[in-house]
Design a protein around this ligand. Structure first.
Ligand code: ADP
Ligand code: AMP
Length: 219
């Protein structure tokens, strides 16, 4: 099933990205950090101030989970509750489709914040397999804060988010997944000088001031 999906993605991606890269190669910033570090909050502020499109892997997966007739709804639901990383073929196909739709609507919209991706080695290899040479990854914007801050923000968010994973049990698993699978990816990018780290434990405005300084210098 997943092999078939990846096959479809691989067949369709070259034509779109070939077309688009003739106009302008999509520019990508990966946005990473623990659950509740403030990635979504800061991405919204970046979108208001700069011409980036925000694509959240988690939001795209939740949307697919709720889509009537989705063949992956149940599988995504289980992975999210368990705080586990959904198979890369699904996540990449959703990201690719969202990028394609954005650029098809407006070809000048070629800058993307990809939030919550790549979350593990499988994500990274999947991206390299499907997107290598077709998008320009500028750097990883890393929102760094302690597990305690992450947990308390998610529990607070859980009072109104309706999310099935903003509870203590799921959060323990999400933090484990983050430490075991995502931190090593950030470290890999760090070795290549491609991480811009922001102290995410401060107020929303203080964090954004640092984000702005980075984007004004680099993006
Ligand atoms: P993520 O996308 O990393 O999971 P969110 O942006 O959804 O995190 O933020 C998680 C919760 O913490 C939200 O309820 C948000 O309003 C709150 N939050 C985000 N950034 C800050 C901050 N700098 N200080 C305090 N609370 C924050
Ligand atoms: P988030 O909204 O970023 O907190 O993500 C919520 C959940 O969605 C995660 O705990 C995972 O189960 C799933 N998810 C988010 N991003 C990814 C990804 N890049 N790859 C696979 N699963 C993901």
């Amino acid at each position: 099933m997943l092999g078939r999906l990846l096959g479809n993605v691989s067949q369709r991606v070259p034509s779109l990205l070939k077309r688009v890269s003739l106009i302008m190669k999509p520019k990508v910033i990966f946005v990473l950090g623990g659950p509740g570090a403030g990635k979504g909050t800061q991405c919204s502020k970046i979108v208001e101030a700069y011409s980036y499109t925000h694509l959240s892997a988690g939001d795209l997966l939740r949307e697919e989970r709720g889509r009537a007739g989705s063949e992956y709804g149940q599988l995504i639901d289980t992975y999210i509750k368990e705080g586990k990383i959904v198979p890369v073929e699904i996540t990449i196909s959703l990201l690719r489709k969202a990028m394609e739709e954005t650029m098809t609507k407006d070809e000048t919209k070629s800058c993307f914040l990809i939030d919550g991706f790549p979350r593990n080695e499988d994500n990274l290899q999947g991206w390299n397999r499907v997107m290598d040479g077709k998008a320009d990854v500028k750097f990883v914007l890393f929102f760094d804060c302690s597990n305690e801050v992450c947990i308390s923000r998610c529990l607070e968010r859980g009072k109104s988010s309706g999310r099935t994973d903003d509870n203590r049990e799921s959060l323990q698993k999400r933090i484990q997944t983050y430490l075991q699978s995502t931190r090593p990816i950030i470290e890999q990018y760090e070795k290549h000088g491609k991480v811009r780290t922001v102290d995410a434990s401060r107020s929303v405005d203080e964090v954004f001031a640092e984000v702005k300084a980075i984007l004004d210098k680099e993006a």
